[in-house]
Design a protein around this ligand. Structure first.
Ligand SMILES: Cc1cc2nc3c(=O)[nH]c(=O)nc-3n(C[C@H](O)[C@H](O)[C@H](O)COP(=O)(O)OP(=O)(O)OC[C@H]3O[C@@H](n4cnc5c(N)ncnc54)[C@H](O)[C@@H]3O)c2cc1C
Length: 500
């Protein structure tokens, strides 16, 4: 017997059955659990989570300054008001999620330290068999479920992405990836180089530039940022008027989403004007003499990559004061004392932080099988970025890039609960998305159009992701403003759904 067979044999004796298994207790998994209890009361379910507690992204990332880059009115759930400043620390987000779990009595549904290793669908039994390893004891455990709700995010939590540069091993200082920030890292009075200029770099730098000797943000190419007060005017006004927090949450969400829709439209219809708006806000902090053209003017149009919000311009304030600086250049090699750039310039460093992104992991590093055959998601076509052709009774939550992830957690949950209730009413045991006759000549394209959105982790991992078609049903269009109306109107009797 190989290891997998041994695991299965050991686990077989103690199989537990649930109506739904949810993978992951991040913002998506906890949201799924909440909606199941409210919209499908009585459904038995369990949430299996690798880590020792809930939070996902907000527990994994522990680097100084870790905070959201979008507002919590929309990153928070629609059902629980967010009552603090819109850009929140990881600790605040964890505390909010903890309240959701407590207020809705969800904790007894969650099994921590359970890493799902495989999920096997059997059409004979109409069941998923889900195997997990207990990370504390190494014990193998087995569950069966009618429905599998994948809320395991999109990147590997165990390790971040670090490119291979020449001579990295020669560097005498420490090289750190923000996703595994060492608790003992002492950056006081040290020269720090942060490679990358995405949201992580932009969050980390203002948190450490006071204590460090100096922080250099080294980027190959610039990124767009949005900046402004860490407050929402309308929320402040409504609070001053002592309006109920439930109303404040709803009205503030609508206002934010309205403003975002206007901005997003502008980036597509008048990209130069949108670009000018973003760059003038940066210039307002850095002054007219700063070389914004080199360091803050990306070559792509705004919104092809996520735009991080910089509260109170703290990143720019650090640059303005000289505590931090930006270098736009390419790495030639690491040296004993830092980094040699292609321009010939050398950057001295005691610590190098590689804020270079994630490793995409579309399936939470689980093995999938359907009726004895290994499943490669890249061979499937996605139904609206949440289900997959030929894969029965399974939904994956993948949020938005240009709007808060959680908006989609709520929308997908409404859909799943409606689908589960529909199946219960009609007596269907399985639902499998399938291309209809009219879809068979449809071009099959990569999960996302690189012209539309092209961050590095997506480009590196696109070949692993399901395909999309050219019709709304067969793609994740990344458009919250369309989906908020389309999702509730999905016809569950459409021929894209095959029930048995
Ligand atoms: C630093 C950072 C900041 C971000 N800021 C924002 C923001 O401000 N706004 C925004 O919209 N988005 C943001 N994002 C994107 C963010 O990841 C999502 O918005 C959201 O947190 C994802 O939630 P999730 O629950 O889907 O996935 P995750 O947070 O990734 O959680 C998935 C959970 O599933 C567990 N899991 C994975 N595989 C398995 C397995 N095999 N078995 C059991 N459990 C498993 C993981 O341990 C984890 O706890 C940010 C991302 C990062 C990294």
């Amino acid at each position: 017997m190989n290891v997998q067979q041994q695991i299965r044999a050991a686990a077989a004796d103690s199989t537990e059955h649930f109506g739904v298994v949810i993978a992951g207790a991040g913002i998506s998994g906890v949201g799924a659990a909440y909606h199941l209890t409210k919209q499908c009361p009585g459904t038995s379910f369990v949430v299996l989570e690798t880590q020792a507690s809930f939070g996902g992204t907000w527990r994994t990332h522990r680097y100084p300054g870790i905070r959201s880059d979008s507002d919590l009115h929309t990153f928070g759930y629609r059902f629980k008001p967010w009552t603090s400043a819109p850009i929140a620390t990881a600790a605040e987000i964890l505390s909010y999620m903890g309240e959701v779990i407590e207020e809705n009595d969800l904790s007894h549904h969650i099994r921590y330290r359970h890493k799902i290793s495989s999920a096997r669908w059997s059409s004979e039994e109409n069941l998923w068999t889900i195997e997990a390893i207990r990370t504390d004891s190494g014990e193998a455990v087995r569950f069966t479920a009618n429905f599998f709700w994948m809320c395991q995010g999109y990147y590997r939590h165990a390790e971040g992405y670090t490119p291979e540069w020449k001579a990295m091993e020669t560097f005498k200082g420490r090289i750190v990836h923000p996703q595994q920030w060492p608790e003992d890292l002492d950056y006081k009075d040290k020269k720090v180089v942060v490679i990358g200029s995405g949201a992580t770099a932009a969050t980390l730098i203002p948190a450490i530039d006071n204590d460090s000797a100096h922080v250099t943000m080294l980027q190959r190419s610039p990124t767009y940022f949005r900046t402004g007060r860490n407050a929402i005017d309308i929320a402040e006004t409504l609070r001053a008027l002592q309006v109920d927090e439930t109303w404040i949450h709803e009205i503030t969400r609508r206002k934010i989403l309205y403003d975002q829709a206007v901005f997003t439209r502008k980036t597509f219809e008048e990209p130069e004007a949108a670009k000018k708006d973003l760059l003038s806000a940066v210039e307002a902090y850095l002054g007219p003499d700063y070389d914004i053209a080199t360091h803050f003017t990306p070559k792509y149009r705004p919104w092809r990559q996520r735009i991080a919000f910089i509260p109170d311009g703290d990143l720019f304030q650090g640059i303005k004061s000289g505590k931090a600086s930006v270098v736009t250049d390419e790495i030639d090699r690491f040296t004993e004392t830092g980094i040699l750039l292609k321009s010939g310039k050398a950057l001295e460093a005691d610590i190098i932080v590689t804020a270079t992104g994630f490793n995409l992991s579309a399936n939470g590093d689980m093995e999938f099988w359907v009726d004895g055959k290994p499943l490669d998601f890249a061979d499937t076509v996605t139904y609206r970025g949440m289900m997959f052709t030929g894969v029965p009774n399974l939904v994956w939550v993948f949020g938005y890039f240009r709007a808060s992830w959680t908006l989609r957690v709520d929308l997908v949950a409404d859909f799943v609960c409606r689908l589960l209730n529909h199946m219960k009413q009609t007596g269907a045991r399985t639902v499998t998305p399938a291309l209809r006759a009219e879809d068979h000549n449809m071009p099959l394209l990569p999960w996302i159009d690189p012209e539309n959105f092209n961050p590095g982790y997506m480009m590196r991992g696109m070949h692993l992701l399901p395909k999309r078609g050219d019709k709304p049903e067969w793609q994740h269009n990344q458009d919250y403003w369309a989906e908020k109306d389309e999702f509730p109107a999905i016809d569950l009797n459409d021929r894209s759904f095959v029930y048995e």
